[in-house]
Design a protein around this ligand. Structure first.
Ligand code: TXA
Ligand code: MG
Length: 324
């Protein structure tokens, strides 16, 4: 299949209405979209991604007015989060209505919903008038795409079109939150920092594996120990003294490494995420930097842990999964 890369929203909308898949830019990562109300189109997402069926998808919508079609309602804290962070990199897990096919939610009685902020994603949602189910547009377990070219490399032969929207500004996936009247659970750290969520709702609990035992469902790949991984072995270290011995190393760090530490060591490749220590900039560069190191033919990649604050927490979460 020849994959068409363009900004033609009308063409993309037509493909979606015909039950085809379209990859599209969002502010977080590129998504692999299908009409969420068409189970056959949704099934194709799982097939193309080689994604296990126990892993539910996010449904993207254009406006809060559409919420009542797909969910039975928002708790008061969920409402506050929606007002504050939508459109944007927030996904809310809400009680679902029956129109959403079971395939989308892996049989759960909840549905994950997001209103994206990227203008081209938003326009696509407007023009189709459809809810669009979309996971990240990569093969299951691999690095997420933050450029159209990344999508071409992994899925280019299998989908008809990529709706191009430039490099993703946030660069890491959305923050996934399950929020009832009683509790707010962070299922996946993402593009909105925990501190920002905490400024809006009272106590936020971090998800634990036990939370999912009774649903028998793996509700967040963020919870899978290995995910978001490059092909090259990756080590996550706290400080440079812990560097493994290897012939050739690719290093990923927030700041440039000090000369004293560099002296006497050969680094075959190096990616610096933000010399000024800006964690938003770092998140935006993360997946491209990991791809570059993966393609640098090094024996291993060594990532230095980021500060455990703001989006540093999200980056560390992705690096932990990549290192497992
Ligand atoms: O930024 C993003 O969220 C991107 C863009 C394309 O929107 N999408 C994305 O989708 O990262 P995906 O499929 O890679 O991750 C979806 C996450 C998973 O952790 C999944 O388990 C969780 O959302 N999820 C989906 N439905 C859920 C549900 N009903 N209950 C709990 N978690 C759910
Ligand atoms: Mg993903």
């Amino acid at each position: 299949m020849k994959c068409n890369i363009s900004q033609d929203v009308t063409a993309a909308a037509e493909l979606l209405h015909n039950g085809e898949l379209v990859a599209f830019a969002t502010e977080t990562v590129y998504g692999l979209g299908a009409n969420a109300l068409n189970p056959e189109a949704v099934a194709r997402i799982f097939e193309v991604k080689q994604r296990p069926h126990f892993d539910p998808l996010i449904v993207h919508i254009a406006t809060p007015e559409q919420l009542s079609e797909f969910t039975t309602g928002l708790s008061a804290p969920a409402q506050r989060l929606a007002e504050r962070f939508w459109p944007g990199p927030l996904t809310l897990v809400l009680p679902k209505r029956n129109v959403i096919p079971d395939l989308v939610t892996s049989g759960l009685d909840s549905v994950a919903i997001r209103i994206p902020a990227h203008p081209i994603a938003w326009e696509l949602l407007q023009v189709t008038g459809l809810p669009i189910a979309a996971p990240s547009a990569n093969k299951f377990g691999c690095l997420s795409p933050t450029l159209a070219q990344h999508v071409v490399e992994q899925l280019g032969d299998e989908i008809p079109m990529i709706l191009e929207g430039g490099p993703c500004q946030v660069g890491v996936e959305s923050t996934v939150i399950q929020c009832t009247e009683e509790s707010t659970i962070l299922l996946r750290p993402g593009g909105i920092a925990l501190e920002e969520i905490e400024s809006c709702v009272e106590t936020v609990r971090l998800a634990r594996i036990e939370d999912f035992a009774e649903t028998k469902s793996q509700v967040s790949p963020g919870m899978l120990p290995r995910h978001y991984a490059p092909g090259t072995r990756l080590f996550l270290i706290e400080k440079l003294e812990q560097l493994p011995t290897a012939e050739s190393i690719g290093v990923l760090s927030l700041y440039p490494l000090e000369e004293t530490i560099l002296s006497g060591r050969e680094f075959a490749a190096q990616e610096i995420l933000s010399p000024s220590g800006n964690l938003k900039t770092a998140a935006a560069k993360l997946f491209s930097a990991l791809r570059n190191l993966d393609q640098a033919s090094v024996e291993c990649i060594v990532a230095l842990r980021m500060p455990e604050t703001g989006l540093g927490r999200t980056i560390n979460n992705r690096l932990e999964r990549a290192a497992y």
